[in-house]
Design a protein around this ligand. Structure first.
Ligand SMILES: *[C@@H]1O[C@H](CO)[C@@H](O)[C@H](O)[C@H]1NC(C)=O
Ligand SMILES: *[C@@H]1O[C@H](CO)[C@@H](O)[C@H](O)[C@H]1NC(C)=O
Ligand SMILES: *[C@@H]1O[C@H](CO)[C@@H](O)[C@H](O)[C@H]1NC(C)=O
Ligand SMILES: *[C@@H]1O[C@H](CO)[C@@H](O)[C@H](O)[C@H]1NC(C)=O
Length: 352
């Protein structure tokens, strides 16, 4: 297993957007996804040691498929599947705010990659089942696994072919789910890019969450109290954005807060289920965090990220990248193009 800590030194030219950096053609859909899993009994308000509650259902999941804007034959059958974190939705990857700088989907489309962005169960226009009993880590892993199988077959709206390779790109809880996928079904994907994540316990006191319907009674109308969200923009900035001065545009933060999504109480209580070693995953793994991520970095250089390699003992390679002056929500910082550049550079080096 190879391992390296990539140091990023980039000239302005290297970061310039590709010339045909226009908006990609995308297809939105709600896919009916069936999955079953064994969830935890949370009736005591805390997860018991073992999962015992079978959950089986079919739910609508919001998908957003975008075609490349630059045809690159060697990449046309490699699908990047993008999975967001809590308090966000698929829009984290295709931000409407200055997309030429902040849209990961647009960046990768210009570099020849088709992308399938998932808005997870309970978020955005996906179904909103019981946020405590159903929306839990085991069921999230099952739903995302079912999507990955369908995705490889090209079985979703907008797809014109099956895909020979899948690169999973997660952020935060989306990385937790990705970790759970490669731990339980190590052959489902070909490469894992886990952003805004590391193994270890999250200090829950660093994330303020309140019932979503109390924060935005119109957008979150009718949702039960187990659907939470961040209470205000100050709290959101403190948790998800860098404390380094001038590391993000206040307009990016305002956009992010205006488009904030939920966090399901069931997920929050059961994340440890998926934060486990993935001993049988044999693809390459990239871990990438902002240096100022207060949730998943233990110090100001995120020195703990290098140690993540111990969780992927059979991985073809493991690399850790730390983006300076960047908090948890990497895609909303001034450094976003640098993050996207480093992910693409890694994909190139690992043969994608
Ligand atoms: C949980 O499951 C394990 C393995 O099946 C078993 O050994 C253990 O006793 C169970 N714990 C509880 C609290 O049921
Ligand atoms: C889930 O429920 C459906 C419909 O009742 C059933 O056909 C299917 O076998 C169940 N799947 C599992 C894994 O329990
Ligand atoms: C949900 O669908 C509506 C209607 O198409 C759309 O305006 C809205 O932006 C969608 N929400 C998300 C989070 O994508
Ligand atoms: C924002 O939310 C936090 C956490 O709930 C709270 O302590 C703080 O007073 C709130 N700030 C404002 C300006 O409402």
């Amino acid at each position: 297993m190879r391992s390296s800590l990539i140091t990023i030194t980039l000239s302005a030219a290297a970061l310039a957007a590709p010339s045909n950096f226009f908006s990609p053609q995308c297809v939105d859909s709600i896919a009916q996804i069936s999955a079953s899993a064994t969830n935890f009994d949370l009736s005591t308000g805390a997860p018991p040691a073992n999962a015992t509650v079978p959950v089986n259902g079919t739910y609508g999941i919001q998908l957003h498929f975008c075609k490349p804007t630059t045809p690159i034959p060697s990449r046309s059958k490699t699908l990047q599947v993008l999975v967001h974190g809590i308090g966000l939705n698929g829009g984290y990857w295709y931000s409407g705010f200055e997309p030429e700088k902040y849209s990961y989907v647009r960046y990768m489309a210009a570099l020849g990659f088709p992308t399938l962005t998932v808005t997870r169960l309970g978020y955005g226009n996906s179904s909103h089942p019981d946020p405590v009993g159903v929306v839990q880590a085991p069921y999230d892993v099952a739903i995302v696994s079912a999507i990955l199988k369908a995705a490889r077959e090209g079985n979703f709206l907008g797809a014109t072919c099956a895909f020979s390779r899948i690169v999973y790109v997660g952020h935060s809880y989306g990385s937790i789910i990705g970790n759970g996928v490669i731990a339980s079904q190590p052959k489902l994907i070909d490469a894992a890019v886990l952003t805004g994540y590391s193994h270890g316990e999250i200090d829950a006191s660093k994330i303020a969450l309140v019932p979503a319907a109390t924060v935005d009674p119109i957008r979150f109308a009718g949702l039960p109290d187990g659907y939470l969200t961040t209470p205000n923009i100050t709290s959101r900035a403190a948790t998800f954005f860098s404390s380094t001065p001038n590391s993000y545009d206040p307009k990016a933060l305002a956009f992010d807060f205006a488009h904030e999504d939920i966090a399901a109480f069931g997920e929050v209580l059961t994340s440890a289920y998926a934060v486990v070693p993935a001993p049988e995953f044999t693809g390459p793994v990239l871990a990438i965090n902002g240096a100022d991520d207060i949730l998943f970095c233990k110090d100001t250089t995120c020195s703990n990220l290098k140690a993540e390699k111990t969780f992927y003992p059979k991985a073809k390679s493991f690399d850790a990248v730390v983006i300076p002056s960047t908090g948890h929500s990497l895609n909303f910082h001034y450094s976003a193009p640098k993050t996207f550049f480093s992910i693409n550079s890694w994909l190139v080096r690992r043969g994608f």
